[in-house]
Design a binder for this molecule. Sequence first.
Ligand code: CAA
Length: 261
Amino acid sequence: MTKYNTLLLEVDKKIGILTINRPKSMNALNSELLTELEQIVEEIETNKDIDVLILTGAGEKAFVAGADIKEMAEKTAIEGQTFSKLGNTVFKIISNLRQPVIAAINGYALGGGLELALAADIRIGSENAVFGQPEVGLGIIPGFGATQRLSRAIGLAKAKELILTARHINAKEAADIGLLNQVVEAEKLIDKAKEMANHMLSNAPLAVQYAKKVIDEGYDMPLNQALTLEENTFGLLFATEDQKEGMQAFIDQRDAQFKNK
Ligand code: CAA
């Protein structure tokens, strides 16, 4: 029995699959869901059985069709700001998770749904996936990170085009502009996400986690400071058993047995 009304978590062989589960509302993000999401991702951070997280949406039509418009409709300015802060807080926890996060996007990823996908490290879309930031058509702007993360993912010009026009794009166009890492047939989506997760899991877990951290933290730093972060973290990994094992396995011409130590 799960303690969450709006989420499902399955864990198998070091892969967690977290499903946003409000299919009757196209998995729209309301306050209850965001509060549960905050709680579950904090638990995932320290869950030793999960080294890669896959995020997906329940049902066949939507990954997440955005923040819940019915809940937002009557909000005051302060309530709107609080809601945006809640979404940003949760998505920052997701993007800062020690584990790599793969978004497996199985349909509409609109507004807050695309913003959730942008908080992931890797985005794999099904052929029927649809992307967009429809907020300006609702009289608001993106509030869960897209004004900042979309331009970092696809460049300023394309981010402005998508946000200012609010137009939908299909999976092919999303891949062409670098929003998606891969496009796959809908029925193969989770298998492809697991395949990517297993590639990651075949490497030294601490090295994978620190690589993610240094890429993300260095991105917003001046280059020289970021390169110093890289040097220090590179050095730190020589203190791990897995560095000794990885290099010895290469020298012995055998597969490495990593211990996450
Ligand atoms: N919020 C609340 N309910 C939503 C929703 C949303 N974002 N998206 C879909 N739903 C609900 C619909 O109201 C409908 O509910 P009922 O059955 O009770 O009428 C149900 O989900 C099914 O949706 P549709 O009947 O509309 O399904 P469709 O296949 O005709 O269309 C869709 C699908 C194109 C995704 C359409 O539902 C849609 O455009 N949804 C809204 C998308 C959107 O504008 N998202 C941005 C929200 S703003 C935001 O996210 C702000 C932010 O940055 C934080």
